[in-house]
Design a protein around this ligand. Structure first.
Ligand code: NOJ
Length: 541
C-alpha cells in the first residue's frame, strides 16, 4: 500500500463555538483557537478538523451555511482565518474545513432566490415538490423530528430538508449546484487548507421521490467528479461522514487508487447502544461482544484497499468516558483504557476537544439549559407523544449532542477559562477538577497519556500498518488484540469493566518476552490479572 502522510497522522476536532473565546462575548472564536495552537502542538496532533466557521445564522451551529466563502461574524474575519492557517502551518498542523454540501441555510442567497417563484433561475438548486392529496409528497422524515418536507406558501410547493427546516437540501442532480460546490472548494484549497471533512456526504445522491436518502445511485459518480474538479491532484486528506457505509461501500470511498476520498468515518460501533430499528434516544446497554464484533470487522475488512477513521467522539456524540467508561470512581483509568484500545488500532485516530482531558457528559436540570436544535425538537416531539419528562431527560443525559458542546475546560478559573463573559452554553460544573491546566504538568494525567499514545504511533510503524488480530473473542470483560507487521508484534489488552479479571494468553504469547509500551496503572500487578479498567500495550519480543 502506498504510504500517505495521513496514515500516521492524528486529527483533533475543534468545535469553534465551544473551544476558546478571545473577546468575552461568550462564543469561541478563531483568535481563541490561535491562542491554543501551542497546546495542540504540545499534544502532538497533526491535523485540526474545524467544524464549520462559515457565515451562518446558526440554526444548527454553523451546519447551516449562508456564504461558503465568508466567515461567521461570531468567529472573526477572513483575515483571522488566514492568520490561523499561517500559525497552524508554522507548527506543522494542517486544517481540514467542514464541507456542508448536502444543504445550505435558508438564508443562503440561492435559497432566497429559489423560493421566490417557480421560474426563478435558482428554483432547481433545491428540491421542490407539489403536494400529494393535499399533504407532504411522501413519508420522508427529518433527522431533527417531523416531516422532511416544509410547505412554502409563496409558491405553494414543499421543499425538502433532511435536517432542520432552515437547512434546505440542495439538488445535486443540477450541474450548476455541483459546479458551485467545486468553486468554493477550490477557493478554500487555494487558501492552503489540508483537506475536507464532508458532512453527511452519503446523502448527496438521494432520490427523494423513491424515499432513497443515503447511498443513492449517483453518489460515487458525484464524489469522483468532485475529486477530479477539486482535490484529486492535491495531496489532501478527505474524510466522508458516512452513517450507512458497509465495508463494500467504504472500499469505494477510500479506494487507494485515489478516485474518491482518503477515508470513511462510519458509525456502526457508535450505534450499538440503541434499540435496533429505533432512534438513538432509545437506550440499550452496550454489549461488549457486539463492540468486539463490529470493531474487529472494520479492522480486518480492508486488505490494502481502504482506510478507517478511528473515533469514539465528535460534536454529535456523548462523551465516551461517560458512555462506555466510568465517569465516577474510575474516570481516569477508564478514559485511558478507551484511549489505549482505540489508539492501538489501524486507521487514523480522531480526538474530539476535551476527550484528552477525560471531559464528561453534563446533566442540566432544566431543558431550557440545552441549546441543540436536535435535542429541543426531540424533547417537544416526545412530550407531545406522551413520553414522561423524566425518561426524555435520561435520553438527553445519555445521548444529547450538548454533552460534547459544553465549553472546553482550560482551568479552574471562572467558566473554566473559556470566556470572561457569559458562555453561550453553560460550562460543565466539574471544570474545577477536570481542566487542562491541572493536567498538563501532571505526568499521570489523561492529557499526558494521550500525548504518549500519539508519540507511540509515530515511533512504531506496526501501530500504523500492522495487521489486526482479535484475541479472547469470547471474553466477557476483556477486549484484547495483537498487531503484527513483519517481525514486530504488539499486544493490547483492556479490561472494559470495574471488576478485576483474569486471562490466559496462548502459550506462544505467554512464553514471549513482553515489554510494556504504555499502561494506565503505575505498577504491573500479576501478569494475568487486570484491575478495574486496566489497559496495557506491550511490545512482544
Ligand atoms: C452532521 C453534523 O455532524 C451535524 O452536527 C449536523 O447537524 C448535520 N450533519 C447536518 O449538517
Amino acid at each position: 500500500m502506498e504510504k500517505k502522510w495521513w496514515h500516521n497522522s492524528v486529527v483533533y476536532q475543534i468545535y469553534p463555538r465551544s473551544f476558546q473565546d478571545s473577546n468575552g462575548d461568550g462564543i469561541g472564536d478563531l483568535k481563541g483557537i490561535i491562542q491554543k495552537l501551542d497546546y495542540l502542538s504540545d499534544l502532538g496532533i497533526d491535523v485540526i478538523w474545524l467544524s464549520p466557521v462559515f457565515k451562518s445564522p446558526n440554526d444548527d451551529n454553523g451546519y447551516d451555511i449562508s456564504d461558503y466563502k465568508d466567515i461567521m461574524e461570531d468567529f472573526g474575519t477572513m483575515e483571522d482565518m488566514e492568520h490561523l492557517l499561517a500559525e497552524a502551518g508554522k507548527r506543522q498542523i494542517k486544517i481540514l474545513m467542514d464541507l456542508v454540501a448536502n444543504h445550505t441555510s435558508d438564508e443562503h442567497p440561492w435559497f432566497i432566490e429559489s423560493r421566490k417563484s417557480k421560474d426563478n433561475p435558482y428554483r432547481d438548486y433545491y428540491i421542490w415538490r407539489d403536494p400529494v392529496d393535499g399533504h407532504e409528497p411522501n413519508d420522508l422524515g427529518s433527522t431533527f423530528s417531523g416531516s422532511a418536507w416544509e410547505w412554502d406558501e409563496t409558491t405553494k410547493q414543499y421543499y425538502l430538508h433532511l435536517f432542520s427546516k432552515r437547512q434546505p437540501d440542495l439538488n445535486w442532480e443540477n450541474r450548476s449546484v455541483r459546479e458551485e460546490c467545486w468553486n468554493y472548494m477550490n477557493f478554500w484549497i487555494d487558501k492552503g487548507i489540508g483537506g475536507f471533512r464532508m458532512d453527511v456526504i452519503e446523502l448527496i445522491g438521494k432520490i427523494p421521490d423513491e424515499e432513497i436518502t443515503g447511498n443513492g445511485p449517483m453518489l460515487h459518480e458525484y464524489i469522483r467528479e468532485m475529486n477530479q474538479q477539486t482535490f484529486g491532484d492535491k495531496d489532501l486528506l478527505t474524510v466522508g461522514e458516512c452513517w450507512g457505509a458497509t465495508p463494500e461501500i467504504a472500499k469505494l470511498y477510500s479506494n487507494p487508487n485515489g478516485s474518491e476520498l482518503s477515508m470513511v468515518f462510519q458509525f456502526e460501533h457508535i450505534c450499538l447502544d440503541q434499540i435496533p430499528g429505533k432512534e438513538k434516544w432509545d437506550l440499550l446497554p452496550l454489549d461488549l461482544s457486539d463492540l468486539k464484533m463490529v470493531l474487529n470487522k472494520w479492522q480486518t475488512v480492508f486488505h490494502n484497499d481502504g482506510w478507517n477513521s478511528l473515533f469514539w467522539n465528535n460534536h454529535d456524540l456523548p462523551r465516551i468516558v461517560s458512555r462506555w467508561g466510568n465517569d465516577k470512581e474510575y474516570r481516569v483509568e477508564s478514559a485511558k483504557m478507551l484511549a489505549t484500545l482505540l489508539h492501538g488500532m489501524k486507521g487514523t485516530p480522531y480526538i474530539y476537544q476535551g476527550e484528552e482531558l477525560g471531559m464528561t457528559n453534563v446533566r442540566f436540570s432544566e431543558v431550557e439549559q440545552y441549546k441543540d436544535i436536535e435535542t429541543l425538537n426531540m424533547y417537544k416531539d416526545r412530550l407531545e407523544k406522551g413520553y414522561p419528562h423524566e425518561d426524555i431527560m435520561e435520553s438527553i443525559y445519555a445521548k444529547g449532542r450538548d454533552n460534547a458542546r459544553t465549553p472546553m475546560q482550560w482551568s479552574d478559573e471562572v467558566n473554566g477559562g473559556f470566556t470572561t463573559g457569559t458562555p453561550w452554553i453553560e460550562v460543565n460544573p466539574n471544570y474545577v477538577e477536570i481542566n487542562a491546566k491541572n493536567q498538563q504538568d501532571d505526568p499521570n494525567s489523561i492529557f499526558n497519556y494521550y500525548k504518549r499514545l500519539i508519540r507511540l504511533r509515530k515511533e512504531n510503524e506496526v501501530i500504523v500498518y500492522g495487521d489486526f488480530e482479535l484475541i479472547f473473542p469470547e471474553h466477557k470483560n476483556i477486549f484484547a488484540y495483537i498487531r503484527i507487521l513483519n517481525n514486530t508484534k504488539i499486544l493490547v489488552i483492556c479490561n472494559f469493566t470495574k471488576e478485576q479479571v483474569g486471562y490466559t494468553l496462548s502459550s506462544e504469547l505467554e512464553k514471549s518476552k513482553k515489554e510494556i509500551l504504555i499502561a494506565n496503572y503505575e505498577e504491573n500487578s500479576s501478569d494475568n490479572i487486570l484491575r478495574p479498567y486496566e489497559a496495557r500495550m506491550y511490545k512482544v519480543i
